[in-house]
Design a protein around this ligand. Structure first.
Ligand code: BEZ
Length: 192
């Protein structure tokens, strides 16, 4: 179930080939920045959307009761907002460890509001990883998130913090906001 991708990620890109290294954050990296960076800017990538389709056994859930966290799915013409961080290579030791449960680093073009484009890395959990949960209806996703928590906190807070961060940047993400709303409604009913 826990699929440690650290060793694979170290083989995927030769970080020495990059003059400067950017990492693109679309989930918790937007609001939980527990690493040093050289620059940080709002940015977007094209062709991807967020989905709560990855299992979290290590951060927002447990082996017995996995939470649901974000990954990206390929969608034509989609745009995914996030934050781009210019970092030193050594930071990937920390990030690879933090995101080791099924995420692989992929190279993407990161677009900045001033039209600059840089090559960067983004962590994506694809359907072939052992922690992948995949698509489910909104009700089931909501129920699972509502009932999960792990060493990094409750799965609910993971959703709420991201939704708040997106609103702060005036960004709309229908999937995230739909789950946020469903969680709030579920929580009212659970307390009745
Ligand atoms: C991110 O915030 O970019 C992120 C999301 C899931 C796993 C790793 C990173």
């Amino acid at each position: 179930m826990v699929f440690d991708t650290q060793a694979i990620n170290k083989q995927r890109q030769n970080l020495a080939d990059y003059d400067e290294i950017w990492v693109f954050g679309y989930g918790s990296l937007i609001y939980k920045v527990d690493f040093d960076y050289i620059e940080c800017e709002s940015a977007h990538i094209l062709g991807y959307e967020r989905r709560f389709w990855q299992g979290s056994h290590d951060h927002r859930g447990s082996i017995a009761s996995p939470g649901r966290v974000l990954t990206l799915v390929d969608i034509d013409n989609a745009r995914c907002f996030g934050k781009a961080f210019k970092v030193e290579r050594e930071i990937f030791d920390h990030l690879d460890h933090r995101e080791k449960n099924g995420y692989l680093r992929h190279q993407v073009d990161i677009h900045f509001p001033d039209k600059r484009i840089v090559k960067g890395l983004v962590y994506i959990a694809s359907p072939d990883n052992a922690a992948y949960l995949g698509e489910a209806n909104i009700k089931d996703i909501t129920k699972q998130i509502f009932n999960s928590s792990g060493p990094s906190g409750s799965n609910r807070d993971y959703v709420y913090q991201l939704a708040d961060a997106l609103r702060h940047f005036n960004e709309i993400d229908e999937h995230v906001f739909q789950i946020e709303l469903a969680l709030k409604q579920y929580s009212i009913n659970a307390n009745l």
